[in-house]
Design a protein around this ligand. Structure first.
Ligand code: AMP
Ligand code: DBH
Length: 531
């Protein structure tokens, strides 16, 4: 399987972007050079590079011994614990492809990932944030009988404990290393259609983005990265995140949750030097910092991304937390933009950064795919050495989501400044960005359409001071149907097994939707009604 046309792959190799090194090699390299240096801190546990390397080897061998082999898929739903990296690197080392589920995902998402990816195993914690993932796994297994097994980190109950894999792998041969041009893992898209899309990332392309991100952000062996967002998400995983920190030989500190009460004392205790947050969290930290009185003097860089940061908010953050700000505008499909450490302050406050690579091709086009004049606002299209050419096994969707010559249609509306920095001006995709958590309107609409009282529904974003956006479901009832209470419709979405953040924040009943000129529902006008 090739993921880029040969002509491009050759170019990216010749330019030195793709080096042929698998992603897990960085752990092996540091384990050899300075085995006792701490790689991961999780509460009172500190795993050295040597320990992480050994554990990854054992897990790789364990997967192999149990018949989970190169090219097989597993679904990884682990929270911010050291085991996340043991399983992640172990799988990569065995050539086994993890699907990077989030802890917030529930039955509908996990069943879809397991079924669609044909997963051989689902990895879950026992409990996390008061929720029993073993019970969730039972529901998934009932829906996806082909799923081989459930592996639990913690108290396994009826399932396979991760210790069984470790035991199977102890002393067993470690599989041959994967080829760097192979698929490393399947990242998830926030999506805008009914079903979430899987994003095929190779070792070569991902490592390039990680390496350059680490360089741009100035990471080194003394860097201490606080992983406060869910570790599987593309931002904390790669921009430069945990992998960038490992690449540089630094230390990753895992926060069990991102609240200021948890995270700020951790920064003080572990002398954290950088972290990445979504805008609402960054503001919550800034608000809570004076009251908590934690010593944040070690913190040098606060990265904010995932959703638009207003200039006003950007202005507050640096002074409130006593560190530099960096804006990050990225996507799991590839392209990542950073403001640079030497950018003038107005650029850092008012733009979402510029691309990582000189070979990131950016086009800004109108509705007819024609380039807008310099400085104009339009749809962002992109192609480059770490941006996918298509979603995994989705030919029909790919025909719409990519141009014929391979540019990804990001769905973002942007303009470009004379220095090449991008400013996100809006969004054309049918999605709600709920403080960095993306909700595909269609996915929620499809669930609500199955409710007996619902004739039609449109889910749109409404402005929100805290999250930036929240979701509102506009519902047209069936003739004669009794009007359900909004909480009943919300409960219906939850009962369908969707993650909590996809449950509409608001439900409004209407008798008709505003229409566009050709009779489609005008979400633009609906959003205006909601304001
Ligand atoms: P996903 O495709 O789910 O990885 O989400 C990526 C999307 O998040 C982008 O296409 C943008 O819509 C949004 N996004 C990420 N970072 C920013 C940012 N700094 N400002 C505005 N939107 C952002
Ligand atoms: O929102 C994102 O998906 C995102 C934001 C910042 C991302 O994938 C990234 C950086 O790599």
């Amino acid at each position: 399987m090739t993921y880029w046309p040969d002509e491009f792959a050759d170019r990216y190799r010749a330019a030195g972007y793709w080096t042929g090194e698998p992603l897990d090699a960085m752990v092996r390299r540091h384990a050899a050079a300075h085995p006792d240096r701490v790689a991961v801190t999780d509460g009172d546990r500190h795993w050295s590079y040597a320990e992480l390397d050994r554990r990854a080897d054992t897990l790789a061998a364990g997967l192999h011994a149990r018949g989970i082999r190169r090219g097989d898929r597993i679904v990884l739903q682990l929270p911010n614990t050291a085991e996340f990296f043991e399983v992640f690197f172990g799988a990569l080392r065995a050539g086994v492809v993890p699907v990077m589920a989030l802890p917030a995902h529930r039955r509908a998402e996990l069943s879809y990932f397991c079924g669609f990816a044909g997963a051989r195993a689902l990895f879950v914690p026992d409990r996390h944030a008061g929720f029993d993932h073993r019970a969730l796994a039972a529901e998934v297994l009932a829906e996806v009988p082909g799923l081989g097994e459930v592996v639990v980190v913690g108290d396994a109950g009826p399932w396979t404990p991760v210790d069984a894999l470790r035991a199977a792998g102890a002393g067993a041969p470690v599989p041959e290393p994967p080829a760097a041009s192979d698929l490393a893992f399947l990242q998830l898209s926030g999506g805008s259609t009914g079903l979430p899309k899987l994003i095929p990332r190779t070792h070569d392309d991902y490592l390039y983005s990680v390496r350059e991100s680490a360089r741009i952000c100035g990471l080194g062996p003394d860097s201490v990265y606080l992983c406060a967002l869910p570790a599987a998400h593309n931002f904390p995983l790669s921009s430069p995140g945990t992998l960038g920190t490992f690449w540089a030989g630094g230390r990753v500190v895992l926060a069990p949750d991102p609240s200021p009460g948890t995270a700020l004392p951790l920064i003080e205790r572990e002398r954290v030097t950088l972290t990445g947050l979504v805008p609402p969290l960054a503001l919550a930290w800034a608000d809570a910092a004076p009251g908590l009185g934690a010593d944040l003097s070690s913190l040098r860089l606060l990265q904010v991304g995932g959703a638009k940061l207003s200039e006003e908010a950007a202005r507050r953050l640096g002074p409130a937390l006593g560190c530099r700000l960096q804006q990050v505008f990225g996507m799991a499909e590839g392209l990542v933009n950073y403001t640079r450490p030497d950018d003038p302050e107005p650029t850092v406050l008012t733009t979402q950064g510029r691309p990582i690579s000189p070979d990131d091709e950016v086009r800004i086009v109108d509705d007819e795919d024609l380039d807008v004049p310099d400085g104009g606002t339009g749809h962002l299209l992109t192609r480059g050495p770490y941006t996918i050419r298509g979603y995994w096994n989705a030919p029909e969707h790919n025909a719409r989501a990519f141009t014929a010559d391979g540019f990804y249609r990001t769905g973002d509306i942007v303009r470009r400044t004379p220095t090449g920095h991008l400013v996100v001006e809006g969004r054309a995709k049918d999605q709600i960005n709920r403080g960095g958590e993306k909700v595909a309107a269609e996915e929620v609409e499809n669930v609500l359409l199955a409710h007996p009282a619902v004739h039609d529904v449109a889910v749109v974003a409404t402005p929100d001071d805290y999250l930036g956006e929240r979701s509102c479901a506009y519902v047209i009832l069936r003739p004669g149907a009794e009007r359900p209470r909004p909480v009943q419709l919300k409960a219906f979405v939850r009962a369908a097994g969707l993650a909590d953040y996809k449950v509409p924040d608001r439900v409004e009943f209407v008798t008709a939707f505003p229409q566009t000129g050709i009779g489609k529902v005008s979400k633009k006008d609906l959003r205006a009604v909601a304001d």
